[in-house]
Ligand binder design. Structure first.
Ligand SMILES: CC(C)(COP(=O)(O)OP(=O)(O)OC[C@H]1O[C@@H](n2cnc3c(N)ncnc32)[C@H](O)[C@@H]1OP(=O)(O)O)[C@@H](O)C(=O)NCCC(=O)NCCS
Length: 177
């Protein structure tokens, strides 16, 4: 099996990240999120958003890493300061998505570790992540030492869902990961 390459994302990766973003949403959230919302996702729209955020190096809200297999982007993670001010956590993993075909071979853990190290480099010492309550990815966060924090409602495509927060109070342990 070929080894994945994990590297910092640049503006030229916007299309590849957007394609993974949309495909992974459809693969992951079918049955959790309304079909109409998933069908309406657009790679072109996502790519434009990614291009804009990746073109601004001072934008700490969109630091991103990508994973490539055979020269094709198969996953990404992005992170920065918490989107909602938090009393306890000073970093957030905004998203981590892999194509289904690339899952289960260590790439998610590699991207997660780079996000944790990236946050340390930004001066953060802790991290939280929000995940849909029904998403089996909760097991991934728990496996990596995430502590369940709380839940809150979220509206996606007209459906009222719940999401759960997991937190890592000390990121230093990922420094050598
Ligand atoms: C969640 C996700 C990022 C994990 O990435 P991955 O590459 O499949 O996971 P890895 O192969 O790196 O697994 C790392 C470790 O976590 C464990 N693990 C992975 N997924 C798990 C799960 N759902 N439940 C419990 N443990 C899990 C693995 O067994 C592995 O353990 P090990 O290090 O002891 O061998 C990936 O499956 C994914 O993109 N899922 C769909 C999108 C999604 O839900 N993203 C999260 C949105 S909040």
């Amino acid at each position: 099996m070929n080894q994945a390459v994990v590297r910092a994302a640049g503006i030229e990766d916007a299309d590849g990240i957007a394609a993974v973003h949309v495909t992974s949403w459809r693969e992951t959230y079918r049955g959790m999120v309304p079909d109409a919302f998933l069908e309406n996702l657009s790679v072109a729209r996502r790519a434009a958003q990614w291009r804009s955020s990746l073109s601004d190096p001072s934008n700490v809200y969109h630091r991103a890493w990508v994973a490539e297999l055979n020269g094709q982007i198969v996953g990404f993670a992005n992170y920065g300061f918490p989107q909602e001010e938090d009393e306890e956590f000073d970093g957030e993993l905004y998203a981590i998505y892999l194509l289904k075909s690339a899952q289960g071979r260590g790439i998610g853990k590699a991207l997660f570790t780079e996000a944790a190290k990236g946050l340390l480099a930004l001066g953060s010492s802790s991290m939280l992540v929000w995940v849909l309550k029904e998403n089996p990815a909760r097991g991934f966060y728990e496996h990596l030492g995430g502590v369940y924090l709380r839940e809150k409602p979220i509206e996606i495509g007209g459906a009222r869902l719940m999401e759960a927060a997991y937190g890592w109070r000390e990121l230093m342990r990922f420094r050598r990961g």
